[in-house]
Design a protein around this ligand. Sequence first.
Ligand SMILES: Nc1ncnc2c1ncn2[C@@H]1O[C@H](COP(=O)(O)OP(=O)(O)OP(=O)(O)O)[C@@H](O)[C@H]1O
Length: 597
Amino acid sequence: MRTAFRVTGLVWRSAPWHLVAYVVLTALGGLTSVVVAWLTKLALDRLVSPGPVGLLLALATGIAVWGLVGALNPQFGQYLRAELDRRAGLRAKDTLFAAVERFTGLSRFEDPEFLDRLRLAEQSATSPGQLIDSVLVVGRGGVTLIGFVGALAIISPWFTFVVLAAAAPALLVELRLAKQRTEMILTLTPIQRRELFYASMLSMASAAKEIRLFGLGPLLRGRMITEARRGNATSRDMDRKELVHHGGLIALAGTIAGTGLVWALMAAGAGELTVGDVSLFVAATAAVQSATSAMVSAAARVRQQVLLFEHFDAVISAGPDLPEPSQPGEISALRKGIELRDVWFRYSDAHPWVLRGVNLFLPHQSTVALVGRNGGGKSTIVKLLCRFYDPTRGEIRWDGVDIRDIPVGELRTRMGAVFQDFVAYDFSASDNIAIGDLSAIADPDRIELAARRAGVHDAIAALPRGYDTLLTRAFRSQSDVDRDPGVVLSGGQWQRVALARAFLREDRDLVILDEPSAGLDAEAEHEVHSRLREIRAGRTSLLISHRLGTIRGADHIAVLVDGLIAEQGTHCELLAADGDYARLFNLQAEGYLAVTS
Ligand SMILES: Nc1ncnc2c1ncn2[C@@H]1O[C@H](COP(=O)(O)OP(=O)(O)OP(=O)(O)O)[C@@H](O)[C@H]1O
């Protein structure tokens, strides 16, 4: 009931007048058949024993008018129902994704159960009007039922009882089916998500190269079809169950109606019923049966929709994924530095340890470079600094304050970052740069300056519509004037767009650069690193790069081995120590020497 009220509240807030109109229309819909049946009975009786013509005319007009109301009702109802869904669906979607936005960490997006639930929530958010509709069908059925049960009871009380009693097993059967259908939807959700994944891979430009070169099409298509078959088998089972049960219920209703008709005709033949009574009996039996069956299946649908809507409710009322500070501390401009103190981390209890007691200090206004093997945990440290996860053990302190005690939004406004796996959005070039700082979205000068500093201005200026060019070929511009297709940037150009985002945030207290020059040619790398030195000058920064030549100028270099900082110092100190860093550095240097010799 609580969920049903919440949905009603949502629909009411989204479209109150449409809801009122829909309720009135539904009630009228329920009344129409009762009124028409009674008027028909009276008109037929009048025909058999003629009276004043005026009365017959009034009855005939009444039947015609109510018949017209009955015919138009579904059309208006359909429009109102669709409008309710559109308006309430919009609000529900907004509410749902606003709730998703409130999850500040990443763990929920890596939890298949949560993702299944989110999909169910999305599905129920698309048509919250369905639940209202089903409730109203129950109400409309109620109105029809009351109207006809009276008529039927006058003609035959025992038969009324039989017709109504037949609805009880139907209700039980429908409720059971609704429960099973809900369970089926839960089973189907992960199957459908996988099927959707394969289908999107098959139509995604970014995957098209490998799919074609490696001949992956049949594999992906085969897997997609396997999932679709699995889904079909699950829903087929359910459909068969419904067929059997509904078939049984319809056979029962038909038998009762047929028996009733035989009795009514025999009674009319014996003079116990009038022709009008027979007409009313037939109409009442059909109406009571269809109203009870509609009510019963609508009641079952209400139950199913409530169960599904509970997933929507669960997502929008889910607590924070990262604990919020009970007494949030103030975050001020960084003055001393950021310290990782005995930080241990694993992605979940089922995952191995990635960090095993990292101690690292990022002093104010200096650059710390982090190096280590692939999978060593460097990007994980970045994610912890941004508080996408909390350390499993240990703490990270911002000028001595645990970052868990600082509101996460404020912490993040103090940071700029180029992530190793930055996102190439299907937006215009201008918007793609403004991603770095949305306050620049309407400031073309700031965007251009950032692009110039990242060395990508000339490339963007040369595009068909300059900064307004879409950086994707999956969509067309929405402008009526311009139907130019978008363009695809090269990997290195994208890398520079990501750098331009960082330039927009260069005034932040902490700048994180995770492989910022990956994909750049040697000249560009050299140029970009000299520009990055500009960003880093006088700021606190963390630089991650596998090209050790680009980090030798860092104030401090830390080497991450087996989840621990194995050595740290300046480039010269580490070379002198002749440890891991010296070995890796010499290995790379030898590679360059070998080419030149
Ligand atoms: N979201 C995640 N869930 C589970 N394990 C993860 C996740 N992200 C990373 N890992 C694991 O954590 C370990 C460290 O990964 P991380 O990306 O931090 O390494 P890295 O040092 O940045 O590597 P690279 O030099 O290749 O970029 C790897 O074993 C990786 O498989």
